[in-house]
Design a protein around this ligand. Structure first.
Ligand code: PXP
Length: 235
């Protein structure tokens, strides 16, 4: 299973004082050295973390894989370069992405965004709930992959709830694979909940941000990445 690192929080820290440091691009390059399989950033309409400069440099310098999370809106699509794009719902007031896209209700907008991105040679992933109908709709508009929202799994309050959510994710991932979609997963995955999550087959890649960046503040990026990598490899 591949492990990609979201470095948005490094940019947030930089922006807090309007300074140049810590630089998310340097951080991303170091994370590659320490073994992540790719780097994820969310270019938000309000630019609260990464900006165009970051995306441009990451695009030039990342040698693994760059995944740009973005809303399916024209001016962001204009900036999206030849990277992987993950389309996510975006609300100005949210602290972080709050859930999957409603693909069924937004077929026209998403279909035209996917067509534009495909014309530019960009593979497109849709961030969705582990919901069979949303996944069918994603395949129907030619998404290349989906990213399953794991927030409900991560926030489950009881073991029973957690295992129920894992079952939903397992069925959803299997269904997506049968439709020929690649399957990523992310949101709220951390050092404590990743091991139980790894029993789910059919997940090609996990996308993790907060937990690894937060741990790196205490133990350094190399150790934080390597610890997560080890948990993922021991599945
Ligand atoms: N996947 C998507 C689509 C996200 O929006 C985020 C958060 O930016 C993540 C994965 C990573 O989530 P976390 O920071 O909770 O690991």
């Amino acid at each position: 299973m591949r492990f990609t690192l979201n470095v948005d929080h490094v940019a947030t820290l930089r922006n807090a004082r309007g300074e140049q440091q810590p630089d998310p691009v340097t951080f991303a390059l170091m994370a590659e050295q320490f073994g992540v399989d790719g780097v994820v950033v969310h270019l938000r309409e309000d630019r609260r973390h990464v900006n165009e400069r970051d995306v441009r440099l990451l695009r030039e310098m990342i040698t693994t894989k760059l995944d740009l999370e973005m809303a399916a809106v024209d001016d962001i699509i204009d900036i999206a370069c030849d990277v992987l794009a993950t389309l996510v719902p975006e609300k100005r007031q949210e602290l972080t992405t709050e859930g999957g896209l409603n693909v069924i209700d937004n077929v026209d907008q998403l279909k035209s965004a996917i067509e534009r991105l495909h014309e530019a040679g960009i593979l497109v992933s849709l961030f969705v709930e582990p919901d069979i109908e949303q996944i069918d709709a994603s395949a129907g508009i030619e998404a290349d992959m989906i990213e399953i929202h794991t927030g409900n799994y991560a926030n489950a309050e009881t073991e029973e709830e957690m295992f129920e959510e894992l079952d939903r994710i397992r069925l959803a991932a299997r269904h997506a694979k049968k439709l020929g979609l690649s399957v990523n997963a992310g949101h709220g995955l951390n050092y404590n909940n990743i091991t139980d999550f790894l029993v789910v087959d059919d997940i090609d890649e996990v996308s993790i941000g907060q937990a690894v960046i937060a741990r790196s503040v205490f133990v350094g990026l190399e150790k934080a990445v390597k610890e997560m990598r080890e948990l993922i490899n021991n599945r």
